[in-house]
Design a protein around this ligand. Structure first.
Ligand SMILES: Cc1cc2nc3c(=O)[nH]c(=O)nc-3n(C[C@H](O)[C@H](O)[C@H](O)COP(=O)(O)OP(=O)(O)OC[C@H]3O[C@@H](n4cnc5c(N)ncnc54)[C@H](O)[C@@H]3O)c2cc1C
Length: 530
């Protein structure tokens, strides 16, 4: 197979154009081409008047070595990378099925890989299946009635279900797990283009269809999936896991437990700490979510014409403040909504989501500032959790139980807004005007003001006074890191802390990749459960 990079084509090109261009770059008649596989499609928007696609292609044709030698194209070579390979099974016997706690991307991909390779895992999830969860979340957004066990953070599919479903990750992985994650999403119904577009995304509406299909496959392969089953305790014998307690009453024997509990399982963090499972407080970031008209962003990123072909534009912004703190945009949701992502009564957190079409009127993203253990004002491994809870209580208070919102101009002037301006709100969950200065630590608020002003230099209008802020964005990553060794095992033998909650991933794809790695570690040690 020949791999050829930097194949440039205009945005409105056809597949025929791609074939002709490829044959030209390889100096062969296009009849000699047998197959073209798109490996990567990215947008080159560096020259505004010449926005184009840039492709990486794998090409099958006759006499490939000769073609490479004759075309003298330094962007063309014989492809070398190997497909993903699951390891051979180990020899240790499993007396009970491996247990996976949490059905977010980490737990779901771990359980699926274990099921595919004959381990018949038991997947325990504290929340409900997607279908019931969607109804509960809709009711929460409409009425404020929160189910602390089944909400935007908890339930089948985990935190990522009500999201934009962005799948890009910075995690480099020579083993090919990143691609494996995309292929698995495609196998269960995602658009195949996610395997090659530069910034793949699925959208919450598609995820709600794909996740139950993955669940059904785990069950078809002999696994079990239990909902409304919260792990409330772990049972240890001689420093090793021997069982789990579910919902405070049911005991399940367990020998190998993958903990994929996510960044919001604060009660479970406390339980683990009480059982001396080693963990530390970890830095994360907090801030607000900002909304602008999507058209304004499209215009600034690549003009309305290109946006008509490329879809809603995204942005990535960073700024280092005079006080040394960094402000950056995070989890940008083109054509999306700002959602009430709370999971605890009396505490309020926001996040963002988009549907597959990304055709909402506003663009939104989190604007966040890094906070470290020394900022938490307490000590101990859960000081970050307490810091988050304090911010979320202030947000709940500032909005009277609804999402507190404020126009940027009023935030700068320390005034509660009275009306929205030209930017019309796009929220899931009720809102009320409140003051972000009342919620955020002073230094975070000051950094945000400086950062937004500087972003206005990059994207004209980003610092417009009627841009809409909402708070608090507090669940950006896990506030703890649960210790594990190179085999992903805690000093508590048989316990494998994984994913975002344990502090080893950030985002859907990297969490799923960590879940696949955990399945590999279990497989290397144990033979399939029969
Ligand atoms: C609204 C929103 C939008 C997001 N958008 C994106 C995006 O577009 N792209 C992206 O890459 N990332 C996004 N994220 C982040 C992403 O969702 C997470 O990084 C990812 O889901 C982490 O996966 P995980 O499996 O480690 O944990 P989680 O997805 O948090 O899953 C943990 C699961 O464990 C369950 N659980 C917890 N405690 C227990 C217990 N004691 N017993 C049983 N079950 C338990 C929970 O109910 C949950 O289902 C978003 C997050 C939110 C909240």
């Amino acid at each position: 197979m020949i791999r050829i990079t930097q194949v440039k084509l205009p945005l409105d090109h056809t597949y025929e154009d791609l074939k002709i261009r490829t044959a030209k770059l390889l100096r062969i008649p296009d009849q000699q081409l047998r197959e073209i596989h798109i490996v990567k499609q990215s947008v080159d928007a560096r020259k505004r008047e010449e926005i184009s696609y840039s492709y990486v292609l794998d090409v099958e044709c006759d006499r490939e070595e000769t073609v490479i030698r004759r075309c003298r194209n330094r962007n063309a070579s014989i492809r070398k990378d190997e497909p993903y390979q699951f390891p051979k099974s180990g020899e240790e016997a499993l007396n009970t099925p491996p247990v996976v706690v949490g059905s977010g991307p980490c737990g779901l991909f771990c359980a699926l890989m274990l099921a595919v390779h004959g381990y018949r895992p038991l997947l325990l999830e504290r929340g409900g299946p997607v279908e019931e969860r969607t109804k509960k979340v809709d009711r929460f957004w409409k009425t404020g009635e929160l189910d602390p066990e089944c909400n935007v953070q908890f339930g089948e599919g985990g935190a990522g279900t009500f999201s934009d479903g962005k799948l890009n990750t910075l995690v480099k992985d020579p083993a090919g797990r990143n691609r494996k994650v995309l292929e698995i999403f495609t196998q269960f119904g995602a658009d195949p283009s996610i395997c090659y577009v530069n910034k793949p995304h699925i959208g919450t509406d598609e995820l709600s269809r794909i996740i139950p299909a993955m669940r059904e496959e785990i069950i078809r392969l002999g696994g079990q999936v239990e909902f409304y089953s919260k792990v409330t305790d772990i049972v240890l014998e001689n420093g090793r896991v021997s069982g789990l307690t579910v919902n405070g009453e049911r005991h399940i024997p367990a020998q190998a437990v993958v903990l994929a509990i996510g960044h919001s399982a604060r009660d479970t963090f406390r339980m683990l700490l009480s059982r001396q499972v080693p963990m530390d407080a970890k830095a994360f970031a907090v801030g607000v979510r900002i909304q602008h008209p999507q058209e304004m962003i499209d215009e600034s990123q690549y003009g309305r014409e290109a946006a008509a072909i490329l879809g809603a534009a995204s942005y990535k912004l960073t700024h280092t403040c005079a006080n040394g703190r960094g402000v950056y945009s995070f989890c940008m949701c083109p054509g999306g909504l700002v959602v009430n992502a709370s999971s605890e009564p009396g505490r309020l957190a926001v996040n963002g989501m988009s549907y597959h079409a990304r055709d909402g009127k506003n663009a939104n993203s989190a604007l966040i500032v890094t906070v470290k253990p020394e900022d938490f004002g307490g000590d101990g491994p859960l000081a970050g959790v307490e810091f988050q809870q304090q911010l979320e209580e202030k947000a709940y208070e500032a909005g009277g139980g609804r999402i507190p919102v404020q126009l940027y101009g009023d935030f700068v002037d320390g005034r509660i807004s009275e009306n929205f301006g030209e930017v019309q709100p796009a929220f899931a969950g009720e809102t009320a005007f409140g003051d972000m200065n009342e919620i955020l630590p002073q230094e975070v608020a000051d950094s945000l003001k400086e950062g937004i002003a500087s972003f206005g230099q990059v994207i004209p209008g980003f610092d417009r006074p009627d841009a809409i802020l909402a708070g608090v964005e507090s669940r950006t990553s896990s506030p703890v890191r649960i210790h594990r060794d190179e085999h992903m095992e805690s000093v508590v033998k048989g316990l494998f802390p994984c994913g975002e909650g344990a502090g080893y991933a950030g985002g859907i794809t990297s969490a799923a990749m960590d879940g696949i790695r955990a399945a590999e570690e279990l497989a290397r040690r144990y033979r399939p459960f029969s």
